[in-house]
Write a protein that binds this ligand. Structure first.
Ligand code: PGA
Length: 241
């Protein structure tokens, strides 16, 4: 199966960086004949800029979050229709930074996933344990409970993508062992049959190949390294090998 490589820029970038990164990724993918699914998720104010640079390329655009509501008095929020009109095909939902810093619950994550699906956007639903949960031997239980609450009822595995992102591996330079990643991906796939499961957390060009060779890893969700053109292109290249 072709891998899925998603870049989550988080609250980083500028118009100039967005133009440079998007053009660079699009031309790298065209030049190297990449077959996997490559997705860029810039801050929403940069979606149009990135979208323009991706025109004519198969690189997809995604939002980093979405409102569960269709429209109305929700200051600061962005609807799935707005993301779709901006050219998005994906939304990242339930990232641990949203869960922790914005107190998002599993139920809200599921509602955001539903709102995305209604507009034909594919949600990338994130789950993952904290370090203390892992150390307490609760990683599998925590992820099972997040999945049970966050995957909307009545959907089938092809409607969404899952991302396993251990909170302690995000932005830390720490990556779980290959055995731990394989175990968790097998656990997730046993609970959500047929789902594509990405790994996220300190993925770089120099560990991407090894991570994507682990059984059950269908691609990667990349934060920091997606902001550096050579790093991100290195990760895309690793996915093709
Ligand atoms: P990181 O972030 O690659 O910077 O660790 C991953 C993520 O939060 O998706």
């Amino acid at each position: 199966m072709q891998k899925i490589i998603a870049g989550n820029w988080k609250m980083n970038g500028s118009q100039a960086l967005a133009e440079a990164l998007a053009s660079g990724v699009a031309s790298f993918c065209a030049r190297s004949g990449v077959k996997g699914e490559v997705i860029l998720c810039p801050p929403s104010i940069l979606l149009t800029t990135v979208g323009k640079r991706l025109q004519g390329s198969f690189v997809a655009l995604g939002g980093q979050d979405v409102s569960a509501q269709e429209s109305g008095a929700y200051t600061g929020d962005i609807s799935a229709l707005m993301l779709k009109e901006a050219g998005c095909r994906y939304t990242i939902i339930g990232h641990s930074e949203r869960r922790q810093l914005h107190a998002e619950t599993d139920a809200q994550v599921a509602a955001k996933a539903q709102a995305s699906l209604k507009q034909g956007l594919k949600p990338i639903i994130c789950v993952g344990e904290t370090l203390s949960e892992r150390e307490a031997g609760r990683a599998n239980a925590v992820v099972a409970s997040q999945l049970a609450g966050s995957v909307p009822a009545g959907t089938k595995a092809g409607d969404f993508v899952l991302a396993y992102e251990p909170v302690w591996a995000i932005g830390s330079g720490k990556v779980p062992s290959g055995a731990d990643i394989a175990d968790m991906h097998a656990h997730i796939k046993s609970l959500v049959t047929g789902a594509n499961v990405l790994y996220g957390g300190s993925v770089k060009a120099d560990n991407a190949r090894e991570i994507m060779r682990i059984a059950g890893v269908d691609g990667v969700l990349v934060g920091g390294a997606s902001l550096v053109l050579d790093e991100f292109c290195g990760i895309i290249a690793a996915s093709e090998e």
